[in-house]
Design a protein around this ligand. Sequence first.
Ligand SMILES: [Zn+2]
Length: 139
Amino acid sequence: MAYTDDTLLDIYDRTSGYCHICGRKLAFTNYAKPGKRGAWEVEHSVARANGGTERLNNLYPACIPCNREKRDGSTRAARSRNGRTRAPLSREKRATAKTRNALAGGAAGAVIGGRFFGPAGALIGGLIGAAVGKSAKVE
Ligand SMILES: [Zn+2]
């Protein structure tokens, strides 16, 4: 199956350019270039042999060793061999998660700051909480 650059970008962006199985960083320009740094392939989450489709929701970027090793095995099993339960987030979902963390952190910080230091404490606590929430690791 040959993919257009547009499709490849959509697939690559699904995980912000990380292998959906082991989480290794992939290099977009090294698509289907075994041996190159960050080389990757399109991986069918449900293998074609098992009735998997060519639709975007079944396609993920994977480093070549992961793709070859998985073959027609399940995505869940392949990820769990790498200690993972889900694919890395897309850029969009990553941004949403960061915002959510910042809001949650800000709210928690405001409550704590307000309780101990009054309104000024709430403001400062909110800012600190938001910063902490925003910098929380999003995977
Ligand atoms: Zn991998």
